[in-house]
Design a protein around this ligand. Structure first.
Ligand code: TAP
Length: 509
């Protein structure tokens, strides 16, 4: 045992059992309510913590994308757009309850496939997935009151492509508002984390969701590309890297498809000298080491006021030395596995660049398991604003520390980034928090907390972090239009016939 660990209590292993999982050896594509074989070359999904095989996954080629989009179109025209909002809401409530019933199983599957600690998938991801479906279930029959005009209409078929960092939660962020607003969906999960989306497809069967309303296509980037470029989709929703987001924006330009992009970030977490330091240290840890730092809104740049810099960094190092890295299925684990070998290489490469550029590197002293993909919590101190580790998204458990003297300097450093997704402010003084928040160019700003998510709160970015908002009433706007039907082919009114104003009659009765 390293000397620095000797004064801490050791934890006995507390592994969550995988017995609850009832996985198939092979998974097909979920099209038109059924699992069907794919026509691309199947691939394996593995556990990033052990590199062990989990299941064989079908790969959707362009023909499969065609079939899925056609199924979604049929379901839109024949079933989903004919249902009242209240009836769509009933399906969403049913899905939410089934997610709750199967929560433990979903959490275990998510941690196995993604590498995130079970306490995060169990206590954060899956409860939020259920919350998202409950929240949007409530909106389904109230769209007239969403502030988007009196009778907003669905767009039609939504193509949705999601990343690997919060596989099931990103699915919920995409599918729940789309269905509530009356659209049908074809969704592609990330290549490295398809498992929870496939279990979700089983939940849709259990919920008796009409066939074709949600279709799930597993595959890699090519599948995603074929899906977003398909001529019969009306809406594209993407979460992932800025590079792919930019390519999608180009391919969608001029097609009339509605587009929302939720891309990367390089958030500033600003700590003033009047902040409650203990809380701030916890918030910094949660900000960048939650989910191994695979978080688009992660607080990856710590901006700390110069006079408390040393104290904060010392306390951070002490705190990081107590974090337990290892088996994601162990209930005591704080830091799980990096999601893939490619991502690990990216983190290593940028960290080496940080060191070469002159920043001071510190790494928590923890044992790294032999197999799997791991990166110990790392801090870079004395980082300059021009350094690549202060500008580029590392998407790993790596914190860059910069200092400031005045609020004006903090604001200008925080905004000195091509991104604008989130930020954090730590101060005892409410007026200072509000004044600084007003000047920050970021879609989400947390005060004396970090990485808090709620389905009623809109989330999204500025600049290279993308456009459009997910969550809340704003999240509905991405899936609705109030343009007259002749302007948007495919979009159908959602107002039940009996509630539409009769032609040629005045308002007064
Ligand atoms: P991306 O390539 O952007 O992956 C996101 C999703 O898009 C995945 O489902 C991916 O499929 C799919 N995709 C890839 N190429 C596509 C294309 N040309 N058209 C349509 N869809 C496509 O991200 P990544 O390579 O996994 O990660 C790279 C970097 O992106 C990370 O290091 C991180 O900095 C950033 N990132 C940001 C976020 C968020 S939440 N902002 C999430 C993930 C990654 P495959 O998975 O099958 O390739």
């Amino acid at each position: 045992m390293p000397a620095s660990h000797q004064h801490f209590l050791e934890y006995a292993p507390a592994p969550e059992s995988t017995a609850i999982l009832n996985l198939k050896k092979d998974y097909g594509l979920f099209i038109d309510g059924e699992f069907v074989p794919g026509h691309g070359t199947p691939f394996a999904t593995i556990s990033p913590a052990t590199e062990k095989h989990i299941a064989q996954i079908a790969n959707a080629n362009a023909a499969d994308v065609d079939t899925a989009v056609a199924a979604a179109r049929r379901a839109y025209e024949k079933t989903w757009s004919k249902l009242s909002g209240a009836d769509r809401g009933k399906y969403l409530f049913r899905i939410a309850r089934l997610v709750q019933e199967r929560a433990r199983e979903l959490a275990v599957a998510e941690s196995l496939d993604n590498g995130k600690p079970i306490k995060e998938s169990r206590d954060v991801d899956i409860p939020l997935v259920a919350a998202w479906f409950f929240y949007y279930a409530g909106w389904a029959d109230k769209l007239d009151y969403a502030g988007l005009g009196a009778a907003p209409r669905a767009l039609g078929v939504a193509a949705q492509v999601i990343p690997w960092n919060f596989p099931l939660l990103m699915l919920a962020w995409k599918i729940a508002p789309a269905l509530a607003a009356g659209n049908t969906v074809v969704l592609k999960p990330a290549e490295t984390t398809p498992l929870s989306a496939l279990l979700f497809a089983e939940i849709l069967q259990q919920a008796d969701l009409p066939a074709g309303v949600v279709n799930i296509l597993t595959g890699a980037g090519d599948t995603g590309q074929a899906l977003v470029q398909h001529p019969d989709v009306n809406k594209v929703a993407f979460t992932g890297s800025t590079a792919v987001g930019r390519a999608i924006a180009k391919s969608v330009a001029g097609t009339g498809k509605k587009l929302t992009l939720e891309l990367g970030g390089k958030a500033a977490n600003i700590v003033f000298d009047d902040a409650p330091i203990d809380q701030a240290v916890e918030g910094i840890v949660n900000g960048i080491f939650f989910n191994q730092g695979h978080v688009c809104c992660a607080g990856s740049r710590l901006l700390v006021q110069e006079n408390i810099h040393e104290e904060v960094v010392d306390r951070l190092k002490q705190r990081l030395s107590t974090l337990r890295l290892g088996d994601p299925l162990d209930k005591n684990t704080d830091i799980g596995a990096i999601n893939s070998r490619e991502q690990l290489e990216r983190i290593r490469e940028l960290s080496d660049i940080g060191e070469a550029e002159g920043a001071e590197r510190w790494t928590a002293d923890c044992a790294i398991p032999e197999n799997g993909f791991w990166f110990a919590p790392t801090i870079f101190d004395n980082v300059s604003t021009s350094s690549r580790i202060a500008r580029e998204e590392i998407f790993g458990p790596v914190l860059s520390v910069l200092t400031f003297r005045t609020p004006a300097e903090a604001i200008s450093k925080a905004n000195n980034t091509p991104y604008g997704l989130s930020a954090g402010i730590w101060s005892d003084k409410g007026s200072k928090i509000l004044a600084v928040a007003d000047e920050l160019k970021a879609g989400v700003i947390w005060a004396n907390t970090f990485n808090r998510f709620d389905p009623s709160s809109p989330f999204g970015g500025y600049k290279e972090s993308g456009y459009g908002r997910e969550g809340g009433r704003h999240g509905l706007a991405a899936y609705l239009t109030n343009a007259p039907p002749d302007r948007e082919a495919g979009a159908t009114t959602l107002v039940p016939a009996e509630r539409r104003a009769p032609q040629g009659r005045g308002r007064a009765k």
